[in-house]
Design a protein around this ligand. Structure first.
Ligand code: DC
Length: 213
């Protein structure tokens, strides 16, 4: 059986995570946060003192480690790392780690296997519709005004929104210009600008595009 996927891609602060979680709940599908895999890989690199620019070093460090995710909890070798993967240190290095093709290949394999074990999944990330699941049932690309994205992210963490905006812009730049799987909408994605929209309104718009399976 072919597992069903709704792909939700977009930059940080576009509303991806909240929207994907709520959408999955509404349609009774699983929710996969692929960014958490890249964050967990980054945590390993930092804990082992590996330079995030050293792709082969990171690959070696993550090989043989057990990545798991269920109900929004990210596990590494049986340890709950959900909080640690949101640290400033991980957020600051994750774009470097996720730019390495070999690291991406390993993460994509894990994400595909995860989805195969479920009947339906709302998968969120940067390359879900373009690379990981090019045959997704529905592809959505969320965008939002950079100032609003920074405000949303700052609201989640309590950090200064100007500094958050600068960090987001830096990550956007790396994520969108990397040669392997850059952040971009798939040609057949539904693009939704979430600026000024409530989460409910975004989910309702996606549900409108979701044809019965
Ligand atoms: O969604 P997030 O902010 O937790 O993602 C963290 C980083 O991981 C982001 O800067 C880019 C990378 N990422 C990626 O390259 N591909 C994905 N499918 C998901 C995230």
């Amino acid at each position: 059986m072919n597992a069903l996927v709704v792909a939700v891609d977009g930059p940080g602060g576009s509303g991806k995570s909240t929207v994907s979680r709520l959408l999955a709940e509404r349609i009774g599908w699983a929710h996969l946060d692929t960014g958490a895999f890249y964050r967990a890989a980054t945590l390993i690199a930092l804990e082992e003192g590996i330079d995030p620019h050293d792709g082969l070093g990171v690959l070696e460090a993550i090989s043989g480690r057990r990545f798991g995710q269920a109900d929004g909890v990210m596990m590494l070798d049986g340890r709950d790392v959900s909080t640690e993967i949101r640290s400033e240190a991980v957020t600051g290095a994750v774009s470097e780690v996720s730019a390495h093709p070999a690291v991406r290949q390993a993460m994509v394999a894990l994400q595909r296997a995860w989805v195969q074990d479920r009947a339906g999944t709302v998968a969120e990330g940067r390359d879900i519709g373009t690379v990981v699941f090019p045959d997704a049932h529905l592809k959505v690309f969320l965008t939002a005004d950079p100032v609003e994205r920074a405000r949303r992210r700052a609201g989640e963490t309590g950090a200064d929104s100007v500094l958050v905006g600068e960090a987001l812009a830096r990550r956007d730049q790396i994520d969108s210009t990397r040669p392997t799987s850059p952040l971009r909408p798939a040609d057949d994605a539904v693009i939704i600008d979430t600026t000024g929209m409530s989460i409910e309104a975004v989910v309702a718009e996606i549900l409108d595009h979701l044809t019965p399976v």
